[in-house]
Ligand binder design. Structure first.
Ligand SMILES: Nc1ncnc2c1ncn2[C@@H]1O[C@H](COP(=O)(O)OP(=O)(O)OP(=O)(O)O)[C@@H](O)[C@H]1O
Ligand SMILES: [Mg+2]
Length: 321
């Protein structure tokens, strides 16, 4: 297998649920081997539907998907062997212990305790890295929600797949576990594992994903490197509260300013020169500035703009003239 085979290839995938919505409407993208890729979108965008199709749990109405070059419909066993999925919904069998659950999952892949790569040593390592060692013999039903989620992550990794997909792995998970989880996932990624992530915690996506696809109503509305997406957004804004009269704001500054809902004003400030000049002009106009802040555009700004959930842009500041 060469590196030119994409870890994941999604081609014109559509999904029409019977008596339901068209959840996917011609989605195409590739994820290269070794990437850390984000699949973002608001609730109902189609992320889980796409993941179910990739995992072979649902059939696409059109298009095709392959994992490490294996078509998920034509070669389901090979595709599945190359893929680990952490599902969004917690599903588990309450009667088994954590270790039994992981052994059974490994068994589904035809692997056993003595497998050289995925044997008990590997399960121990996964348990250790997810901070689950002391729960290995606990019954699944005795675990808290966050611990169950860790087991789901462990289950996705027992067969050491080269591609892992995490569907909101940190939903309802405490800060410490998020930290543990990301440390482990980032390590697997450094070791060559391809990681595909959906999350509503956009700061996680911004931190870890090199490239991001944004879905909205079943269509890809953006697909780019994370840095390029961030650059597309008007970069830095100078946010301040005026002590004096709004009417004294010079007309050209007023035209470019945005009134925020909390009463502050925001000006685009592309570089240090622009910030300096805006401040000088405000001072020259005799305006006093209370509380001032520089806000860098983040992925949330980009997301809200692209997926259309942004509040209506605040009205431009009117000058009394
Ligand atoms: N089994 C199903 N039958 C009918 N409609 C479904 C089914 N599963 C999902 N849908 C619908 O398909 C659309 C996409 O849902 P999906 O779960 O893929 O979204 P999502 O992007 O994962 O959302 P979230 O962020 O809430 O997890 C939604 O309108 C949803 O109601
Ligand atoms: Mg979902």
């Amino acid at each position: 297998m060469t590196n030119s085979v994409p870890a994941l290839a999604v081609r014109n995938v559509a999904k029409q649920y019977r008596n339901g919505p068209r959840a996917l409407d011609g989605v195409s993208f590739d994820v290269a081997q070794g990437e850390f890729f984000g699949l973002l979108g608001p609730n109902g965008a189609g992320k889980t539907t796409l993941i179910s199709i990739i995992a072979g749990l649902a059939r696409a109405s059109a298009g095709n998907v392959s994992v490490m070059g294996h078509d998920v419909v034509a070669e389901p066993a090979l595709a599945r062997m190359n893929l680990g999925v952490v599902p969004q919904e917690l599903v588990f069998d309450p009667f088994f212990t954590v270790r039994e659950t992981l052994s059974f999952t490994r068994g589904y892949y035809g692997l056993g305790a003595r497998d050289p790569r995925c044997g008990d040593d590997w399960i121990d390592e996964v348990l250790h890295n997810l901070d689950l060692s002391d729960k290995a013999n606990a019954n699944m039903r005795a675990l808290s929600g966050g611990m169950k989620r860790r087991v789901l992550v462990a289950q996705a990794l027992v067969h050491r797949p080269p591609v892992i997909i995490l569907d909101e792995p940190t939903a309802g998970v405490d800060v410490e576990l998020r930290h543990t989880l990301w440390k482990f996932i980032a390590r697997l990624n450094r070791e060559g594992c391809t990681v595909i992530l959906t999350t509503h915690y956009l700061e996680e996506a911004q931190q870890y994903c090199g490239r991001i696809a944004m879905l909205k109503l079943g269509r890809v509305v953006a697909l780019d490197r994370t840095q390029a997406l961030l650059r597309r957004q008007a970069a830095t804004r100078l946010v301040f509260r005026l002590g004096g009269e709004l009417a004294a704001l010079p007309a050209d500054l007023a035209a470019g300013a945005e009134a925020l809902p909390d009463g502050r004003l925001a000006l685009a400030a592309t570089d240090a020169g622009a910030i300096e000049s805006a401040l000088r002009r405000l001072r020259e106009a005799g305006l006093q500035i209370d509380d001032i802040e520089l806000r860098h555009a983040d992925l949330e700004d980009v997301f809200l703009r692209l997926t259309g959930d942004a509040p209506e842009p605040a009205a431009p500041v009117a000058t009394v003239g």
